[in-house]
Write a protein that binds this ligand. Sequence first.
Ligand code: NI
Length: 183
Amino acid sequence: MALRPIIILPDSRLRTMSEPVARVDAAIRTLMDDMMETMYEAPGIGLAAIQIAVPQRVVVIDVAKEGDAPEPLFIANPEILWSSPEIGTYEEGCLSIPDYYAEVKRPAKIGVRFLDRDNNVVEREVDGLLATCIQHEIDHLNGVLFIDHISRLKRERVTKKFAKAAKFAGDYEEVAPATKAQD
Ligand code: NI
């Protein structure tokens, strides 16, 4: 397993529409394992493949509370089957938009279908933080970021801040940060 560098705003690859996987084979399992390790290391509760610059419809999630047993979820080709009319609000963040948080409203409950790590079709009904997290990650697969769900004013403010930081890093940092790797 290996840690992979996470791309951040304003990297235009975050706006890519990711492609479905044909099936969850050994190569996809390796991708999933690398993603899970990268997500735990960050640390975060969800990561989409495009966040490590891989445009495939693969997501990893673990919303278990700190101190509780891990609940890793490996997801490929997720589809939302239905959404509840009830809305849930969570303060969201994103590993590709570090240190920025904002409240987002989404359907509180969803039905979702996906392929798991063993290429089995799974259908689940989820709510709470997991429902929010799955919707946030599916957005990534469609090139959508959580800041697209907040006010235009707030979105422009955070986008500008990250564009400025990227420009600064480009001007003054000649060597890209070394990527960490481990077995
Ligand atoms: Ni995210």
